[in-house]
Design a protein around this ligand. Sequence first.
Ligand code: DCP
Ligand code: MG
Length: 356
Amino acid sequence: MTAERIIYHIDMDAFFASIELLRHPYLKGAPLIIGGSAQERGVVSTCSYEAREFGVHSAMSMGEALKRCPHAVVLPVDHTYYRDVSREVMSILRNYCPYTQVVSIDEAYLDMTDIAKYNELALPIAQAIKHSVLKATSLTCSIGIATNKLVAKIVSSTHKPNGLRQVMQGEEVTFLASLPINVIPGIGQKTQERLKKEGYNHIQDLQQAGMDSLVNTFGQHGYNYYQRAIGRDFRPVDWRSHPPKSISKETTFSRDVDDFSQLEETIDEQISKAVAKLHKHRMRTRGVSIKIRDSSFFTISRSKTFALHTNNEHRIRHALQTLLHESYRDGKAIRLLGVTLELLTNGYWQPTFWDD
Ligand code: DCP
Ligand code: MG
C-alpha cells in the first residue's frame, strides 16, 4: 500500500474574464465574454459567471453565445497579458511548493505531501496560497485538496468560484457519489451521451454498477470509468519540465484566403516563430510538415524528413515553403494553415558542420 498523499489542484476563476475586469472594473456584474468576434467566426475563450447563467461557455461559437446572451460585452483575447499574469500566479505557487506541475495557463497540481505533512495543515496552507494569489494579482482561485490528482481536480471544479475544500482519504467514494458524470475529467461529450443512454447519470450509478458490469458494457474503457468513479488515481505530480515533442504554429484565417502571397507571408511568420521556439529549447528537428484546410474543411498534411537533425532556419524554411508550393492548388480558398516541426532531439550542442 502506498503512503497517503496530499495533492492540491489550483484553478483560477473565470481566468481571462477576471483579468479583463481588473482593467475594466466598470464591467463588474455584467455578462462578459472573451473571444473572437462573431463576424470573424470567433469562438468563446471564456466568460464571466454572469454570462454562464445564459448558457454561454468556453469553445462555443461567438454567434451562438450572442444568441443566448445578446446584451453581453465582448472583449478580444489578449494572450500576452494573460500569460504574464499566469507566470506571476505560477511563481507564487512554486514559492510554496517546488513540486508544482503547471497543466494549463490557469491551473496547476501541487504535491504537498512532504510540505503539509499533516492533514491538519493542508487547509491553512491552501488559505495562505489563496491569500497570496489574491494579494499579488487581485484574482481569486479555487483549490481542491485530495489524496490524488483526479479527486483534487473534481473538488476544485465543483467548488468554484473562490472555493476551498479537502476530501480526506476514505471519503472519496461518498464525495463523488452524488455528482453528475460530466464532472469526471477526460470523459468527452460523446462518451457522456452514451453513458447517459445506458442509465449512468451520476457517479454513484457507475459505482453501484461495479467494475465487471462496466467492463462487460464498455470493454477496457469500463475499467477506467470505474476507477474514476471510485476516485482512484495513482498518477504522480510531474513537476519536472519536459522538452516539447513537437512545435506547431497554426493560423485560422478570419476570412478564407485564396491569395497565394498571403499564404506565403503567413507561413513565413509561422516558421520564424516555430524556429525561434526550437532554438529557445536548444533542440533540432528531423521532420517538418504543413497542414492546409480548405473552405469545405477538407484537410491535407504533407511532410518532409531530413537525413539529419537540423536547427538551420534556412533549411527548415525552404522545406516548408516547398511543401506549401507543392500542395496548394491555384484558386483554392484556405481556412487554416499550419506548420509543425517534429522528430525533435536535444542535440543542440552537436557539431553544426552538416548544416550549410
Ligand atoms: N480557455 C480557452 N478556450 C477554451 C477553454 C479555456 O481559451 N476552450 C482559456 C480561457 C480561460 C482559461 O483558458 O479563462 C482557463 O480555462 P478554464 O477552463 O479554467 O476556465 P476559466 O478559468 O475561464 O473558468 P473556471 O472558473 O470555470 O475555471
Ligand atoms: Mg479556470
